[in-house]
Design a protein around this ligand. Structure first.
Ligand code: NAD
Length: 508
């Protein structure tokens, strides 16, 4: 597919089906991470815009054209959105690349996932019609109960920058499928494609207010969304520290939240792997894909001592072969990290690791052939101790650290030696061992003989400090449904008989 040349659209906030200038008229720059140049700007919403958007969402729920739709009717909108994303895939992938630094072919693959995710939730929206009202069997004949699965209401969706449109889709598609009205607040670091989703919603005629998109800063646009009294739920994906702030603010209103946070996931490589090169490739992909900015990056390599030297030699050869370039270039496999701030943060992790006594076996620098842009070489760190920051903290950049082990017990202990619990991976021929590992892993996802493949049908989410709640699959839809029981007294002519009836007291 040819990579198109593209102009950055100048958009406003998407509220009530229209483009609206922010009340305070503020805008934020868009910086291309591969050139460090400002290439456009996005509107910056504040509390005033949040209030307008939340009202528009509430009105959409009150109006029949959204609030009274069946799942089948909503499925049509979701399929129309999917078709438009597919039609605009080359442009959207290019915008995503310019905005986030993600290699173009990865961005294009993300667009395929966006399409599939909207289509998948269209199917679930249709299926919801037959599950909307279900009987619940009781032990008494005097009562009958049924359960409604109904839209939760107005939901606030807050997303990060590493998979900009895809992370928005993971929330928007199930929220709309469930019949909620949503206010999406994408990351200020990469909002272009989420704003383009607004244009797509306009083109397919999604009823006004069903989806509103507010770009802006976390503390100016995200925070008032979380604290807004008329928002029924917040679904958040982002960093742990922001997750804590969101949970704290939502707790003041007893507002439900789902939190998809960061991780420091392990990949455990045993000496009975099927093939050395295949294992090395999964190890690289597990950590360096998406420029190393993956929540579930298996960034702690736990390697069996018996193959350590052979494995490391091969790992180095493969790493040296990774093409680092402008992400629009064909075959780019590693682009820049998102921003100057992120670049400095990653470099600081590397220098702290060095100061704490670890060895930078490879990388750790700006690639010499790239003078501009937030590029960092793929970095491999050895001589790591479990007390070191590099072992414990999420870097969110192309940095892999390594420890060796002798026994399976030791490997499991090292794998779980983290306050996070998003994902883990194991590479071994012994499938019984893999299953033992899967059961012992304190995480929400286990990959066997691979790392990172993520599909829309199974559940996604973490435990421990990686958050709680599940997105994707049927679980993703449940996030946006209220479960309501309706219980009926089925013998209305029979007295209940708890109190004595005054008419039967015998004094008249
Ligand atoms: P971040 O926490 O800085 O920002 C995420 C979003 O929250 C942004 O839209 C931001 O504007 C908003 N925000 C910031 N402060 C806020 C506040 N006080 N109130 C409300 N909203 C606020 O995270 P990031 O740097 O954009 O993303 C990287 C993080 O996301 C990493 O930790 C990564 O692991 C995590 N992540 C997790 C998953 C997952 O599925 N678990 C997926 C992708 C990314």
């Amino acid at each position: 597919m040819a990579i198109p040349n593209i102009r950055i659209p100048c958009r406003q906030l998407f509220i009530d089906g229209e483009w609206r200038e922010p009340v305070k008229k503020n805008r934020l720059p868009i910086i291309n991470p591969s050139t460090e140049e400002t290439i456009g700007d996005i509107p910056a919403a504040t509390a005033e815009d949040v209030d307008i958007a939340v009202k528009a969402a509430r009105n959409a729920l009150r109006r029949d054209d959204w609030g009274s739709t069946t799942g089948a009717q909503r499925a049509k909108y979701l399929r129309a959105i999917a078709a438009k994303v597919l039609e605009k895939k080359p442009e959207l992938a290019t915008l995503e690349t310019i905005d986030s630094g993600k290699p173009w072919f990865e961005a294009a693959a993300d667009m395929d996932d966006v399409v599939a995710c909207f289509e998948y939730y269209a199917d679930l929206a249709e299926a919801l019609d037959s599950k909307k009202k279900t009987e619940v069997k009781l032990h008494l004949d005097a009562f009958k109960t049924h359960v409604y699965r109904e839209p939760l209401g107005v939901v606030g969706l807050i997303t990060p920058w590493n998979y900009p449109l895809l992370m928005s889709t993971w929330k928007v598609a199930p929220a709309l499928a469930a019949g909620c009205a949503a206010v999406l607040k994408p990351s200020e670091m990469a909002s272009i494609t989420s704003l383009e989703l607004g244009e797509i919603c306009r083109e397919v005629g999604l009823p006004p207010g069903a989806l509103n998109i507010l770009t802006g800063l976390g503390h100016e646009a995200g925070s008032p969304l979380v604290s807004h009294p008329d928002v029924d739920k917040i679904s958040f994906t982002g960093s742990g520290p922001t997750g804590v702030k969101i949970m704290t603010a939502a707790a003041q209103l007893v507002k439900p939240v789902t939190l998809e946070l960061g991780g420091k996931s392990p990949i455990v490589v045993f000496d009975d792997i099927h093939d050395l090169d295949i294992a090395v490739e999964w190890t690289l992909f597990g950590c360096f894909w998406t420029n190393g900015q993956i929540c579930s990056a298996t960034s702690r390599l736990i390697l069996q001592e018996t193959i350590a030297s052979k494995f490391l030699d091969r790992l180095l050869e493969w790493t040296k072969n990774i093409k680092i370039s402008d992400p629009l270039e064909e075959d780019c496999k590693l682009g820049p990290v998102i921003s100057r701030g992120q670049y400095e943060k990653v470099m600081k992790f590397i220098s702290t690791a060095k100061n704490e006594g670890a060895t930078i076996l490879y990388g750790g620098e700006r690639p010499p052939h790239l003078k501009k842009g937030y590029y960092i070489q793929p970095t491999i760190i050895t001589d790591v101790d479990t007390s070191m920051e590099i072992w414990k903290e999420e870097v969110f950049g192309p940095v892999l650290c390594l420890k060796t082990f002798k026994t399976e017990e030791e490997a499991i202990e090292l794998a779980n030696d983290t306050r996070y619990g998003l994902a883990s991976a194991i590479l071994s021929k012994d499938l019984d061992r893999c299953e033992r590992f899967a059961k012992a892993s304190q995480s929400g996802c286990v990959w066997i003989n691979c790392s990172q493949p993520c599909f829309w049908q199974p559940p996604w989410g973490g435990k421990k400090r990686s958050g709680f709640g599940r997105e994707l699959g049927e679980w993703g839809l449940e996030n946006y449904l209220n479960i309501k029981q309706v219980t009926q007294y089925a013998s209305p002519n029979e007295p209940w008989g708890f109190y004595k009836s005054p008419s039967k007291l015998g004094n008249c």
